[in-house]
Design a protein around this ligand. Sequence first.
Ligand code: SRM
Ligand code: SF4
Length: 575
Amino acid sequence: MADVTPEELAARTEVERIKDASRYLRGSLKESLTDPLTGAIAESDTQLSKFHGIYQQDDRDIRDERRRQKLEPYYMFMVRIRVPGGICTTEQWLEIDRLAQAYANGTIRLTTRQAIQYHGIIKRNLKKTIAEINGCLMDTIAACGDVNRNVMCNPNPELSDLHAEVYEAAAAISSHLTPRTTAYHEIWLDGEKVADSKKKKKKGDDDEPIYGKHYLPRKFKIGVAIPPSNDVDVYSQDLGFIAIEKDGKLAGFNVTVGGGMGMTHSEPATYPRLADVIGYCPADKVLEVAENVVKIQRDNGDRTNRKHARLKYTIDDRGIKWFKDELNKRLGWKLPKAEPFAFTSSGDRYGWVKGVNGSWHYTLFVSNGRVRDDEDQQLMTALRDIAKIHKGDFRITANQNLIIGNVTAAGKAKIDKLLAKYKVAGPETMSALRLNSMACVAFPTCGLAMAESERYLPSLIDKLEAVMKKAGLGNDPILVRMTGCPNGCARPYLGEIGFVGKAPGRYNLYLGAGFQGQRLNKLYRENVNEEQILTELTPLIESYAKERKKGEPFGDFVIRKKVVREVKEGKDFHS
Ligand code: SRM
Ligand code: SF4
């Protein structure tokens, strides 16, 4: 880690200067929290709070009304709890549920990276919320910010011994790459150490041996996949590991680098990119490889332009050969060539599945990850009551769903009864289209949203279901992804049908991604409203029903029929 001269720092982005002056992420957060004159925190602290898992937001539904009334925006905070591999105990779930009622907007949001979010926390409740999250041995550090985020992994370690070994590796990577700064404990826990936080903090920890005081140029994401399932969309991650088994045991991982989804409308220099497979790493070397990939990005990522700061651009600028050579040099050994593997699916498998140890796991479809009570179903209450009697755990999937994990045969009947009592719709009552759909949060909390997403997708699916049914495609899966802006939070460029918000009620329509998460989609129509979406998609769905080959996914079909051109690499996305 080279020192940075004042001239170099001046040429970097404002966020870099904020990090530089922050004393390892402290900034003036303590003072901001106690400033009684505003519901907000200081501008520079809004950048630093992200590293602590906290985003300042305002309620966009009432933004104009507040402006008319000459009031400051209704500031509130989103808090993201890190859940490596998505697994939490039922005791933790009960606490998460309690805090949602006590301090947030009464809902729990499961994210596309297997984490948990609260929305609507006001400033004076922020410290209590974080402290109480840590009280149940979870934390929020590095859930956001220019560091490694929640490490994703197939959340069902009981399915096979291999899954359990891979989950251990994912948890170890997460722990290894957690920032060491003591600022988190100082600010939120009055210096006490609680959760990961399980790690002992020592004097001098603030040195941040992996990140250094400027941390990374941008967010960094890691996912671990277990073939044949690509549920974590491994090619969308900055760094991915694909588990390779030998005789039912974990032997190692193929390593992928340079994935990412985010882009900006009308800025072709920004684009989604799928990762390259660069070689194989034995299981006992996974931390060494992860650390060195992170360090290459730390030292070479672009700190002068945040829209060009992800690892995908570092790799495209310098070439994948440069990256491999640099990694081998830093490791002091050469990554062997990748082992054969095959993905056959992405997304989740729903309903009851029996694990290797004889216990059962139930994957529940949670519409766009939002856990709450509605008139038609009381999901939040159902999960609370299940958590009270369930001896196993809860697992968040990479597709915003929830697994009730490790259920005994006797427990299975009780859980079914509770789900029925609170009218929680089972996957058997839903179309494959809905079960394979996912939308980001967008309005009213996301400050970057241009169009609705979570609140809109379910009603669009109703209409598309009717089209599918009429075409005779009642239960065929098509991956549908929607986001309220091009940042890509629901990985929309991996949707066989992708909707990306442009303006209220208007979306860019993308088609043709690979069903196993192996190919990006392509822009088909720009700035279309619901009527136009249905007009465009109806004939395509009808011809898919009539002319597809046996087992041909929709994404492959639209490419074979030349509806859109196949995207071979990220740089090709806009051409
Ligand atoms: Fe995201 C920013 C929500 C997964 C790419 N994302 C945001 C913010 C924090 C908006 C902001 O910066 O002010 C959103 C908060 C909305 C809210 O009100 O809650 C937000 N992102 C989400 C979540 C909650 C979407 C969801 O519906 O589940 C996901 C939380 C994941 C987690 O638990 O950590 C979420 N975001 C993703 C993913 C998918 C993934 O990681 O697998 C991506 C695309 C992959 C990638 O990073 O390339 C993603 N989010 C972004 C970007 C674009 C980054 C880029 O490189 O251009 C932004 C904007 C930014 O960073 O400037 C962003
Ligand atoms: Fe917000 Fe855009 Fe992410 Fe959706 S994709 S949550 S609108 S940043």
